[in-house]
Design a protein. Structure first.
Ligand code: ADP
Ligand code: TRP
Length: 321
């Protein structure tokens, strides 16, 4: 079984990305052949600073590796290192109805937010389909927001096979549970675009300040709080602290006697300890810039091996060869 997923290098990764995307991907390493890539072509639809893209790409690779991705067992590569994906995108684009793209939620959401659309944003799902189909992927683990894109990929693959004969593997999305939505510091979904994130590899002082700044209500420490389970700090503590410690804090908050300041202090300490081994690993990897470049180069070579087979099949089937 071939498992594939991508992540855009559009900024620093946060603990929502960790619990929602990185950890599940790292856990999947034992289930099949995993291919993970950094979607730098996709990031061009929203980011136009060249230096930021270059830096984010390396940062995201370091984050994945520090969080436990084993580059010997899996393939980690930069999307644009295998530009063949653009050729497959063209082939797929000629079979993709305009209406299908016009119905894409993420496109419609961006337009609704006032983003002026360019062709790249409109064609985004076709490039994503090419990413998935170029590697004969069977399973694509993604967040709920990406489910429609994987369904479009299936439609496009079926259309290709119908038009030119059985050529492409039709993939299945694997959607993570709704419970995998990590709340941000303001209680909305944690997201780069809401400015409510806790970075995986944030700087100590700044992160402590962010956590201590979480806004709570004005009830005194002694007051019982029957809604303790909904408290943001409790929800985050459940992710980073052992279950009995998080449970104990929740009970003390519910019963009364635990102040918000102490709760936030505990959250900071557990957050800091939880990521400590990853932080150490990341520092070690970052000290040797050649290492991450070597991993990406080796990943691209291995990815290209599969990609060229699939592309050859698609070219032959469609009469380009
Ligand atoms: P952001 O919303 O910060 O821009 P992305 O859209 O780049 O994040 O998401 C990258 C990956 O991380 C996706 O697989 C997405 O489903 C996952 N992810 C992002 N935010 C969260 C969250 N708050 N909880 C769980 N998973 C998340
Ligand atoms: N669109 C995905 C996101 O923003 C990233 C992505 C690009 C992707 N190509 C992919 C995910 C292929 C899975 C498979 O999160």
């Amino acid at each position: 079984m071939r498992i594939l997923t991508g992540i855009q290098p559009s900024g620093q990764l946060h603990i929502g990305n960790y619990f929602g995307a990185i950890k599940p991907a790292v856990d999947l390493q034992s289930r099949g052949d995993c291919t993970y890539f950094i979607a730098d072509y996709h990031s061009m639809t929203s980011l136009t600073e060249a230096e930021a893209r270059r830096k984010n790409t390396i940062d995201v690779a370091l984050d994945w590796l520090a969080c436990g991705l084993d580059p010997k067992k899996n393939v980690l590569f930069r999307q644009s290192d295998v530009p063949e994906v653009c050729e497959l995108m063209w082939m797929l684009g000629t079979l993709t109805p305009m209406g299908l793209l016009e119905r894409a939620h993420s496109y419609k959401d961006k337009i609704a937010k006032g983003i002026s659309p360019n062709f790249g944003l409109f064609a985004y799902p076709v490039l994503m389909a090419a990413d998935i189909l170029l590697y004969d992927s069977n399973v694509v683990p993604v967040g709920r927001d990406q489910k429609q894109h994987v369904e479009m990929t299936r439609d496009i693959a079926i259309k290709f096979n119908h038009t030119y004969g059985e050529t492409l593997v039709v993939p299945e999305p694997e959607i993570r549970d709704e419970t995998a939505v990590v709340p941000g510091l303001d209680g909305q979904k944690m997201s780069k675009s809401y400015g409510n994130t806790l970075e995986i590899f944030g700087e100590e002082k700044a992160t402590r300040k962010k956590i201590m700044g979480i806004v709570m209500d004005s009830r005194t420490p002694a007051e019982p709080k029957p809604d303790a389970g909904k408290n943001i700090a409790i929800q985050l503590l459940k992710l980073v602290a052992p279950a009995e410690i998080a449970g104990d804090h929740e009970n003390r908050l519910r019963a009364g006697g635990l102040g918000y300041g102490d709760l936030k202090k505990a959250l900071f300490e557990h957050y800091w300890d939880f990521f400590a081994p990853y932080r150490a690993k990341r520092a070690e990897l970052a000290a040797n810039p050649d290492y991450v470049h070597d991993v990406l180069r080796d990943g691209a070579a291995r990815a290209r091996g599969v990609a060229s087979d699939v592309l050859r099949r698609a070219r032959r089937a469609s009469g380009l060869a």
